[in-house]
Design a protein around this ligand. Sequence first.
Ligand code: UDP
Ligand code: MN
Length: 234
Amino acid sequence: SLSAEAFVTLATTDSYCMGATVVARSLRRHGTTRHIVAMITPNVSEQSRLALNDVFDEVIVVDVMDSEDYHHLCLLGRPELGITFTKIHCWTLTQYSKCVFLDADTLVLCNVDELFDRDELSAAPDPGWPDCFNSGVFVFRPSLHTHTSLLHHASRHGSVHDNTRLHGLRRKFFYLQVCSCRFGHGAKIIHFLGADKPWSSQGNSSYSHNMEQFVSLWWKEYLIHTVSSAPAVQ
Ligand code: UDP
Ligand code: MN
């Protein structure tokens, strides 16, 4: 059934919750028929959770990676990969048969339910590294088996982030029009990848003129939400 499929995003901080809110609002604006799920970590504030509850069908608390993994990552000199481990928890959402993961820094511009016609694992090539996929948008099938093998693979190889060696999964790239200003025209999902996020760049920014219109759209979506149903998240 349709309800057995879901869009999934992740927010481990209150700032990323602002982004997650916009992901959900923009999906609803364009009439998705699928569930919308947020994974959050225990440190996310009560106020942010309440705001997410308003707009998501499900808000699920997941663990940050355990301390043993953290220690391991520090030894590898990559403590920031903890976030990547958290993303991997999306494979545990076995109440859904198929999901589309969207980074919390994405903005949906039209109905993208057609993504559910794709199979695991589908993703867009990374703009900078076309032989790698960008993990900001991908189609996957929740499976505890896959979840375990990804954790194993990650602890052996240090990273599954945006690389092409996801264990047991077919590499299957397709050209979703995940945009940047370079692709602009015809884009269906904007991915604000990089250090500057819409929520951290009010006013000044390094965004191109082309991208600015999407930053404005992002703020419009965010403020509509906060004005109509919940206090602003700081
Ligand atoms: N994320 C998060 N908290 C963080 C960093 C990242 O929840 O502190 C999640 C969030 O869903 C985010 C995704 O992980 O969209 C990937 O990180 P980001 O989008 O910042 O990476 P980029 O796309 O810029 O490479
Ligand atoms: Mn991103």
